[in-house]
Design a binder for this molecule. Sequence first.
Ligand SMILES: N[C@@H](CCC(=O)N[C@@H](CS)C(=O)NCC(=O)O)C(=O)O
Length: 204
Amino acid sequence: MGAIMKVYGDSISGNCLKVKWTADLLGISYEWIETNVLEGASRTPEYLAMNPAGQVPAILLDDGRTLAQSNAIIGWLAEGSALIPADAFARAKMYEWLYWEQYSHEPYVAVARFQVRYLGRPVAEIDPKIVERGKTALRRIDEAIADRAFLLGDALSLADIALVAYTRVADEGGFALGDYPNVQAWVKRVEGALAIGCFGMEAS
Ligand SMILES: N[C@@H](CCC(=O)N[C@@H](CS)C(=O)NCC(=O)O)C(=O)O
């Protein structure tokens, strides 16, 4: 049997789960290499040789090429699939969401969750700017999803996969998802489409 793609990921990380979900949905074979960021596994010399950014996720293709950045990876995996709209404008809207996720959502919603859940910081001690911007991001999704099933309309796309990753666990960072009913319904819909359970790892 030839080598298969390796996915270096930490299963507590939404950025890494995006890659797992996309590959699973598309039936792409891979070997998951659990890479514990809390133990510094993404900062070893061996890992840095593969991804100098020292972050997960990263993938190692069977021909030796490597690729990092969660949204770049899922874009590569989903090339030519229905997860990327064929229409150029719809595709650009998908990228609008992906760039927004990295700059205006993940740095607040994911960072609050990391600080609370994994560093044990009380919610009350989270930087108020992080909390405010996280709420703004959740509100934006809530408004955008009010009249549609998925972020681009009727069909699941990479925009949903990227944004659901940390939105579904936003409550772990102190955000009350109950304040965003459209978001709650969309999270369930996307989880259903991805067939993921409560930890995001197993089919349910
Ligand atoms: N923009 C990057 C962010 C990746 C990232 O922040 N990874 C975190 C885990 S979610 C990490 O590797 N942290 C460990 C470290 O920086 O040492 C992406 O989307 O892949």
